[in-house]
Design a protein around this ligand. Structure first.
Ligand SMILES: NC(=O)c1ccc[n+]([C@@H]2O[C@H](COP(=O)([O-])OP(=O)(O)OC[C@H]3O[C@@H](n4cnc5c(N)ncnc54)[C@H](O)[C@@H]3O)[C@@H](O)[C@H]2O)c1
Length: 251
């Protein structure tokens, strides 16, 4: 029997990068996956890669009605929810003085409000389905000061704090809440960030070199951690921040 057989999962931001890899991995381990993304076309492409037993729901995680509808759809189509992966997030490269108020609000909204809404609507659904797992996507930006990432560090720090709060609130209901703190992962997001520097290749090399294993983390490596946290093997992992960073924060 597959490790995630019978589990009904939602992955937000499933149309690209880490979310795509998580959706593929959960499905490969036997879960039924609902792919939620603001970019419906991208999510549909990933669903086609997976094949059957998927749902695609266009979702803006900053909008309560969207997230509520997402969870409701899974409950009505599959009769319950076992795993919620709050992965959708955005980042910008800037110091605090260089960050506009609008960009700060946008980064906080997608990351923090999005994760909050995901937990707000998914936790009761998971509890009423007999218990399960919430996996939030933080970052090593929550743990160390990254240059040029003031708003992003704030947002990912908030996700870590909210993960711990929710973990203790809901452990008695059979809902485990954890987060993952990836280092720099090779996704379209990294390409967009490095494109904003004068010398994108130099920025790319610098981002790889800051990880002691000398390369980008691969999305599949984050997906492996998400699958573990989603599984019953992680039954005693509660309120944890699982670092997958090539040793970056070990220095
Ligand atoms: N790539 C990295 O180095 C890295 C490191 C640490 C943490 N993370 C986090 O991992 C998550 C995924 O990042 P990625 O690198 O795969 O990015 P990505 O840009 O490749 O994918 C993000 C996905 O989220 C979707 N999305 C954006 N805004 C949305 C919204 N409002 N509602 C729903 N979907 C939305 C996008 O359409 C896209 O499909 C993010 O939370 C990011 O902060 C990434």
């Amino acid at each position: 029997m597959e490790r995630l057989e019978g589990k009904r999962a939602i992955v937000t931001g499933a149309g690209s990068g880490i979310g795509r890899a998580i959706a593929l991995r959960l499905a490969s381990e036997g879960a039924r996956v609902t792919l939620a993304d603001i970019d419906e076309g991208a999510a549909k492409k990933v669903a086609a890669e997976i094949g059957d037993e998927t749902l695609v729901q266009k979702t803006d995680v900053t909008k309560p009605d969207d997230v509520k509808a997402l969870v409701s759809r899974v409950l009505s189509e599959w009769g319950g929810l076992d795993v919620m992966v709050n992965n959708a997030g955005i980042g910008i490269a800037a110091t605090a003085p260089d960050t506009s108020e609008e960009d700060f609000d946008r980064v906080m909204s997608v990351n923090v409000r999005g994760t909050f809404l995901g937990m707000k609507f998914a936790i009761p659904a998971i509890r009423d389905s007999g218990g399960g797992s919430v996996v939030n996507m933080s970052s090593i930006a929550a743990l160390v000061g990254l240059t040029d990432r003031a708003a992003y560090c704030a947002a990912k720090g908030a996700i870590l704090a909210m993960t711990r709060a929710a973990a203790v609130d809901h452990v008695g209901e059979g809902v485990r809440v954890n987060c993952i703190a990836p280092g720099t992962v090779e996704t379209p997001w990294v390409t967009r960030i490095t494109a904003g520097y004068d010398d994108p290749e130099e920025a790319r090399a610098r981002m790889q070199a800051r990880q002691p294993h000398g390369r980008f983390v691969q999305p599949e490596e984050i997906a492996a951690m998400a699958a573990y946290l989603a599984s019953d093997e992680a039954a005693s992992v509660i309120g944890a921040c699982m670092v997958v960073d090539g040793g970056m924060t070990a220095r």
